[in-house]
Design a protein around this ligand. Structure first.
Ligand code: ATP
Ligand code: MG
Length: 359
């Protein structure tokens, strides 16, 4: 069994603390995605788990063993990098065999395993080629194959698809999830692409500035973001945020900066009269309605045929996006009345950023 547990894991480079005490429990066989903006510490955390980067504090447990002082090569992990890191002078076969030769695996066993993995990843016809004679997608498969032949306890991937074009990324995405289903290993996958995170993960860890913002199943993060950051990061297009103050007369009304008043859910959130709050509404939970409480001036329209996006601003300057089914025409410069679906909104304390959801 190879679960991975982080206990108050820290990392400093000189005086800069870039990982600030992370606790995380990844179950055996789980596909866990680390997601977050550039520089938040995803690669550093992955490299600390791999053993390539020493930790400054805390414990890393793999299986039942604290591995803090165990060298990378002895942790039973395999890492796949964004840059592929293939050996350019070696053929695909040699690239796949190399790790096993290093640990003195018998020749016949190496050959059998390389053939099997090459077939699984559909690179068996490329075994005699060198990396420079492969496409980006094929190189990525070889890099993954090199990890698979070693039969690691845990796979670590650092943005493995970011050098591929959009279509190939989508294909490789489903191939990696299929590989996970087949091998049933624990996998930790780093990306800054929240669509990749949503589609591939059993569990997502959202990181920001070296701290864990939320850890949970993709739809739990989407439906119940803990704070403004997760709410804005998970979901595309981004959640709309409307800042205002809860009415002192009626806690079910939000007075937006600039004067308009929007209804709030009757229960579910713990808002107090007069409190500064931010209403979160996903673009697909906004509607156009003649008696809508807010006026939005249209700035641009995208009609994709099956769905439409309308981008605009409220009177107070807040940007707003509507994602509507079907073909919705709107004229640039016109003002539409819009309304959030009250039962679908999120509510956050503006000062702390934390969700005001009751449970
Ligand atoms: N060797 C190093 N020395 C000093 N600072 C470093 C070093 N490696 C990383 N950092 C810093 O640590 C922080 C986290 O870097 P990291 O590479 O882990 O981010 P990331 O989330 O992987 O970003 P990206 O999405 O751009 O790959 C950054 O501020 C980075 O500048
Ligand atoms: Mg990185």
């Amino acid at each position: 069994m190879a679960r991975v547990e982080l206990k108050q894991v820290r990392k400093s480079f000189g005086s800069a603390e870039v990982i600030k005490g992370i606790d995380l429990d990844i179950a055996h066989g789980e596909f866990c995605v680390f997601v977050g903006p550039s520089g938040c510490g995803k690669s550093t955390l992955l490299r600390m788990i791999s053993g390539l980067e020493p930790i400054s504090g805390g414990d890393i447990v793999i299986g039942d063993e604290v591995v803090n002082d165990i060298p990378a090569a002895d942790r039973g992990l395999a890492m796949v990098f964004q840059s592929y890191a293939l050996y350019p002078h070696m053929t695909v076969r040699q690239n796949l065999s190399f790790g096993l030769e290093n640990i003195n695996t018998p020749r016949a066993e190496i050959d059998a395993k390389v053939e099997e993995v090459a077939k699984m990843l559909q690179i068996d016809m490329l075994l005699a080629r060198r990396p420079k004679d492969l496409s980006g997608g094929q190189r990525q498969r070889v890099a993954i194959g090199r990890a698979v032949v070693r039969e690691p306890r845990v796979f670590l991937f650092d943005e493995p698809l970011s050098n591929l074009d959009a279509e190939l990324r989508v294909d490789m995405r489903s191939e990696i999830t299929a590989l996970h289903r087949r091998l049933e290993n624990t996998m930790i996958y780093v990306t800054h692409d929240q669509v990749e995170a949503m589609t591939m993960a059993d569990k997502i860890a959202v990181l920001r500035l070296g701290a864990l913002e939320q850890f949970g199943r993709p739809l739990d993060l989407y439906n119940r973001p803990r704070n403004l950051f997760v709410a804005g990061f998970i979901g595309s297009p981004k959640m709309n945020f409307l800042a205002g103050r809860v009415s002192t007369q009626d806690a079910r009304l939000l007075e937006l900066e600039g004067g308009e008043t929007v209804p709030l859910p009757a229960d579910g959130f713990a808002q107090r009269p007069g409190e500064a709050v931010t209403l979160g509404v996903r673009p697909n939970h906004m509607t156009m309605a003649e008696d809508g409480p807010a006026g939005m001036t249209v700035r641009s329209v995208e009609q994709l045929g099956g769905e439409s996006y309308i981008y605009g601003t409220l009177a107070n300057g807040t940007a707003l996006t509507l994602h509507l089914p079907g073909q919705i025409g709107a004229t640039i410069g016109e003002t539409l009345r819009v309304a959030p679906k009250t039962e679908e909104v999120h509510l956050f304390d503006t000062d702390t950023g934390l969700s005001l959801r009751r449970d």
